[in-house]
Design a protein around this ligand. Structure first.
Ligand SMILES: [Fe+2]
Length: 254
């Protein structure tokens, strides 16, 4: 499997703290069927305290560490980019990273509220030739209140990434039900772990999410969210996705 959202680099954000944490997370991922993890530190933390060059050196070091410890997992570099009006400029400046250097970019919408720059800034990013991949829409209030906003974004060419633990109720029943509904309506394109720790509810395990998704949409469609589509993204190929159905029937959680 391919995990495209993970806070696995040590010491740069609220995920792994030490290289030992990174190793433990890598081991759990590898042992549960993941072979590539896109490290996605928060853009804000990197811009304020670190640099892209430092991230690249960390990726190289952590891959060497995995190799030395016999953990069969490769790490590649991305970033979780919070959406604000400076994002297009930061992409231009090389401080906001796409996913493994491809046209795809992981974007986290504001968790609360619906600031009026959302549509325009996402359009600006698309006008740069990039494809926004919206991080965990099931946890974003604007989508919870208005699921059809997500449908419209997908119709404009954006993709959505649900989190494995949302499907098994880590964020509560309402988020779980909303996630199931997005899945059944063809509005979830990839599943990722958004891991922060080696163990517990935010571990890198995606096998549990795969199982839960398979119960809802069938094994092949579920597996495509964890293998075919994320692999196409990392290789900068066109992701084959189905046409979304209107999600207005999904339970509103707010
Ligand atoms: Fe995240």
């Amino acid at each position: 499997m391919y995990d495209l959202h993970a806070h696995i680099l040590p010491g740069v954000d609220d995920g792994a703290v030490t290289p030992e944490d990174t190793l433990a997370m890598s081991r759990v991922a590898a042992d549960t069927g993941t072979k590539v993890v896109l490290a996605t530190p928060h853009r804000k933390d990197v811009t304020e305290d670190w640099s892209v060059a430092y991230l690249r050196s960390l990726i190289a070091d952590m891959n060497l560490q995995n190799l030395a410890d016999g953990v069969n997992l490769s790490l590649v570099l991305g970033m979780e980019n919070h959406l604000d009006t400076d994002l297009p400029g930061e992409i231009e400046a090389g401080r906001a990273l796409t996913m493994n250097g491809t046209r795809y970019i992981l974007i986290e919408m504001p968790f609360f509220g619906r600031p009026d720059y959302i549509e325009d800034t996402l359009s600006e990013v698309q006008d740069m030739g990039l494809v926004p991949v919206l991080a965990h829409p099931e946890r974003i209030e604007a989508f919870q209140r208005d699921p059809d906003m997500l449908t419209r974004f997908i119709e404009k060419g954006m993709l959505s990434q649900i989190t494995s633990n949302s499907l098994i109720g880590f964020w509560g029943e309402e988020v779980r039900d909303f996630t199931c509904c997005l899945l059944k309506n063809g509005m979830a394109h990839i599943m990722a772990s958004d891991t922060h720790h080696a163990t517990g509810g935010r571990s890198p395990r995606m096998d549990v999410g795969l199982e839960a998704a398979a119960d809802l949409i069938g094994y092949d469609a579920a597996l495509a969210m964890l293998v075919d589509t994320p692999k196409a993204i990392l290789e900068d190929k066109t992701a084959e996705i189905e046409t979304p159905r209107r999600a207005s029937t999904c339970p509103k959680t707010k």
